[in-house]
Design a protein around this ligand. Structure first.
Ligand code: 2KA
Ligand code: SF4
Ligand code: MG
Length: 265
């Protein structure tokens, strides 16, 4: 029997390539504005904005929602080898070091950890380990996921919550790759998911309404697509009434309003 050499999973005790570790505010969603410790893991199973990927010569599709963290997966444009391979314990130690309360007992500890990517659920052992450490230290942990990979029971038991950013047709990713009914149903039933949709235009709104109805999604959030303050604010101006009319929540992208497209903020 040949060994499985292509499995994208990393077992507990294994190492994962880390793109960014930083201390900031959660810039989106239900915890918007809360101080948080961030880790961004390498690799994604989708290629938002690039219908033909992976092919070195590919450029994004015109008008598509293009991934804003291509440096986590797009080997045609970025050298992923620059990202250090770290164990969950090493990542955790670095996150705690980034918490200013670690060196200053007069400060309140940062009580939120955000795991992003890429797609963090490609590394199930690492995220379970981080979730357990977060919970044990009294911190909440949320995972920014594209909701195409089911979280393990261990990850749910560890207390993780999910900012489930389902991708729309505007991402140029084929439907069957971006919509996994079993995963969506499981996440919705877990009670741990908030559904976040990155919106570029009116077509997206129609698709979100259809997905909400089809899967009975509760807690829907709209988020304006954009990597500059001007674009984010313009989109929020037309999204506000859309969200209120449909009974959806609206988040901004606070880090983009403050720092634009800066990495690690
Ligand atoms: N401040 C800040 N908040 C965020 N929330 C989700 C982020 C992401 O890139 O997944 C993100 C990010 O990159 N920065
Ligand atoms: S799912 Fe997220 S990280 Fe992956 S390609 Fe799409 S936007 Fe980028
Ligand atoms: Mg981001």
């Amino acid at each position: 029997m040949s060994p499985a050499i292509t499995a994208p999973t990393v077992r507990t005790g294994a190492r994962v390539a880390v793109a960014d570790l930083f201390y900031s505010f959660q810039g989106e969603g239900v915890n918007l504005g809360r101080r948080a410790l961030f880790v961004r893991l390498i690799k994604c199973n989708l290629t938002c904005g690039y219908p033909g990927m992976p092919r070195a010569a590919d450029a994004p599709a015109i008008g598509a929602m293009v991934c804003d963290t291509e440096y986590t997966w797009n080997t045609a444009k970025h050298d992923l080898h620059a990202a250090p391979a770290m164990s969950a314990a090493e990542i955790w130690n670095e996150l705690v070091r980034l918490d200013p309360a670690t060196d200053n007992s007069g400060m309140a500890a940062v009580d939120l950890v955000v795991v992003s990517g890429g797609e963090p659920l490609l590394h199930p052992g690492i995220v379970v380990d981080l979730a357990r450490r977060a919970t044990a230290s009294g911190r909440a942990l949320e995972i920014e996921t594209n909701a195409t990979i089911a979280p393990s029971p261990a990850l749910i038991a560890a207390g993780a919550r999910f900012n489930a950013g389902l991708k729309l047709a505007s991402s140029a990713v084929p439907y069957g790759k971006r919509i996994k009914p079993q995963v969506i149903t499981q996440l919705q039933a877990s009670g741990r998911a908030r559904w976040k949709f990155v919106v570029t235009g009116p077509e997206d709104v129609r698709e979100i309404a259809g997905l909400q109805q089809k899967f009975g999604l509760t807690e829907v959030w709209l988020s304006p697509e954009g990597t500059s303050a001007d674009v984010v604010v313009d989109r929020m101006r037309w999204l506000a009434d859309v969200a209120l009319t449909h009974g959806w929540n609206l988040t901004t992208r606070q880090h983009v309003l403050i720092w634009g497209d800066d990495r690690g903020r």
